[in-house]
Design a protein around this ligand. Structure first.
Ligand code: ADP
Length: 624
């Protein structure tokens, strides 16, 4: 019998599982039962929708047996869809999910550190090698006559040979190792199934020998009775009433169906009756899914129709920006053999979708009010996708605007726009923000000073997506959002005193402007600077300097050169010196330095750093 090598990723994954999940080795049973349940779901669907499978005598069940003699085994058997020879090769010899592959490729160094992460990737079947030193899978695919047996010790290779099985389905036999011996035990299996798999929608039976002693004295003898007992409730969890379910039930269901290793942050269970009958059970994970920002992300919501599983690969069940939501939608009104095309333009589906989005956003809002701590965790993970919603989901824009959060000069952590509005000064004309750059550069921008002094809050928009999102916000509750690093925000701060100063400084402005020529769009007297002698802003419709830099870094080479506007601080000694000086060369050098240092303060690379230094030295030596 030929040995086939596992694909390298499988070896990597096996290694990782064995090293990082040891303290949770019991999850292997959850994984195997959950695979069996998926296989039953798939065959159930076919028997209901496909003529070819209608004759199958489908008796969906999962059977668990064990032997507790010296070589202990544990067997999990299902009457599900089964696997062909090809399936066994493809499913159990490689890792099909591109996400998991990516994840493995990015692993470096100490794999143990990634134990928390690994749960997200569906360790699945391979977790059985934590408790077994030999695993046999005998499977027959529904509709085929031949059964196949896959065998492996979990070390580099596996083999496949022809085998026998009376009915379609899969039987997995674990030859338990020292770590796994304890699971060849009725009590253990029962506990684990109760804990992890109670809600599995198909009956799970445990077969065991019950030993009792009968008779007295010499006649005492052991009596062995063979028993088969159902050990789970076998009702689709989401169809049970909320009052019957505990947080633990919900959380276990989540972990089984998503393979996540951590409890969800919260869940939302909704039953709708009336024009449309459907049930949804949505979960918000504690950690953003690893593929949240990958184009080929895996959708997190499964579709059921009348409790029959339909698909887990339909991205249209919720809008893309809610792709972090996990859970199920179960409709009573859709046809069982609903195709993807039908789904996408189906009125029932779009109504469920719209109602679900409203429900989710409404629930997020409630949590923001009732449990700020939980909401903060939620924002830490999902602020960004919600911001995407601002420009992709116009219908729910107002609800989203109440949810997204930003950093700010006035509060620690995050604030919402509504919170900002409450703190606004009575005479304040707009909502101010600064965007484009890292949090540190933005916070240290000389521009912010003037706002701080006047007690005006500025939102710090350091998230790359902010630049794209803000224009789609435009206004919040009648207040315009204004970037302080663009020219027009300056006018709002001007006092009569500033206007007087502007007049007086006209000659200096002219000198600097002449010196800089077309390096700047304009030179103006600043009403916002205190310590710094100068700063740069951009014209209203130009991208911020940081944004330009980012676009260039992203490979956009055809960007026109947008020149900045230089604001100078008329009260500053350096600027005053320009006013007094007649030395043209000195004026030119200082003007250029004022421009370059303003760039540097904004975290922008200057074009000719060596010339900047030369000029600086020239000026210094003149002054000393
Ligand atoms: P996952 O369940 O996350 O896809 P697994 O490694 O657990 O990952 O399983 C890989 C694949 O093997 C499954 O997607 C499924 O196609 C197949 N498989 C596993 N167990 C069974 C089973 N009991 N019956 C049918 N197919 C199975």
């Amino acid at each position: 019998m030929a040995q086939k090598k596992f694909k390298t990723e499988v070896n990597q994954l096996l290694d990782l599982i064995i090293h990082s999940l040891y303290s949770h080795k019991e999850i292997f049973l959850r994984e195997l039962v959950s695979n069996a349940s998926d296989a039953l779901d798939k065959l159930k669907y076919l028997t209901l929708t496909d003529d070819e499978y209608k004759d199958i005598d489908f008796n969906p069940r999962i059977d668990i047996t064990f032997t507790d003699e010296d070589k202990r085994t544990l067997t999990i058997k299902d009457s599900g869809i089964g696997m062909s020879e090809q399936d066994l090769n493809d499913q159990l010899g490689t890792i099909a999910s591109s996400g998991t592959k990516n994840f493995l490729n990015h692993l470096k160094g100490d794999a143990r550190k990634d134990a928390n992460l690994i749960g997200q990737f569906g360790v699945g079947f391979y977790s059985s090698f934590m408790v077994a030193d030999l695993v046999e899978v005998v499977s027959r695919k529904a509709g085929e006559d031949t059964a196949w047996k896959w065998t492996s010790t979990g070390e580099n290779s596996y083999s496949i040979e022809e085998s026998e099985r009376e009915e379609p389905g899969t039987t997995i036999t674990l030859h338990l190792n020292e770590e796994g011996e304890e699971y060849a035990n009725k009590w253990q299996v029962e506990q684990l199934v109760k804990k992890y798999s109670d809600h599995i929608a198909f009956p799970i039976f445990l077969e065991y020998d019950q030993k009792t002693w009968e008779g007295e004295g010499d006649k005492r003898e052991e009596k062995v009775e063979h028993k088969i007992e159902q050990i789970n409730k076998a009702a689709a969890l989401w169809k049970r009433s909320k009052s019957e379910l505990t947080d633990e039930d919900y959380n276990e269901f989540y972990k089984t169906t998503t393979h996540d290793y951590e409890d969800p942050l919260f869940y939302i269970h909704t039953k709708a009756e009336g024009t449309l009958d459907y049930t949804t059970l949505f979960y918000i994970p504690s950690k953003a899914p690893f593929d949240l920002f990958q184009a080929d992300y895996k959708p997190g919501v499964k579709l059921y129709v009348k409790r029959v599983y339909i698909t887990d690969d339909e991205k249209e069940l919720l809008p893309a920006y809610l792709r972090f939501v996990r859970g199920i939608i179960d409709s009573e009104d859709l046809p069982l053999n609903v195709s993807r095309e039908i789904l996408q333009q189906n009125r029932v589906m779009s109504n469920i979708r719209n109602a679900s989005v409203k429900k989710l956003l409404g629930e997020f809002k409630k949590i923001s009010e009732s449990n700020p701590e939980k909401f903060a965790k939620f924002i830490e993970q999902f602020n960004r996708p919600l911001k995407e919603g601002l420009y992709s989901d116009y219908a729910n824009r107002d609800a989203l605007l109440e949810l997204v959060r930003f950093k700010s000069t006035e509060v620690e952590g995050y604030t919402g726009l509504a919170g900002y509005k409450e703190r606004m000064k009575e005479e304040q004309k707009a909502i101010y923000f600064i965007a484009g750059g890292s949090e540190e550069t933005l916070r240290n921008s000389p521009l912010i000073d003037a706002y701080k002094r006047k007690g005006i809050e500025v939102l710090i928009m350091d998230d790359e997506i902010d630049d794209i999102v803000i224009p789609s916000i435009g206004k919040f509750a009648d207040f315009e959002l204004k970037a302080i690093n663009k020219s027009s925000a300056a006018d709002d701060l001007k006092t009569d005193d500033d206007k007087k100063k502007e007049k007086e400084a006209k000659p200096v402005v002219k000198k600097v402007k002449d010196a800089l020529g077309d390096k700047v769009k304009n030179v103006v007297v600043s009403s916002r600077l205190t310590d710094a002698p100068s700063c740069i802003v951009v014209d209203e419709n130009d991208p911020t300097v940081q944004m330009q830099q980012m676009l260039k870094a992203m490979g956009q080479t055809d960007l026109p050169d947008f020149t900045p506007i230089l604001e100078i601080n008329a009260d500053h000694a350096i600027v005053k010196r320009i006013g007094e000086s007649k030395d043209e060369e000195l004026i030119k050098d200082i003007s250029l330095i004022l421009l370059d240092q303003a760039m540097l303060a904004e975290g922008v690379m200057i074009k000719h750093p060596t010339e900047f230094v030369k000029r600086l030295n020239a000026v210094l030596s003149k002054v000393l």
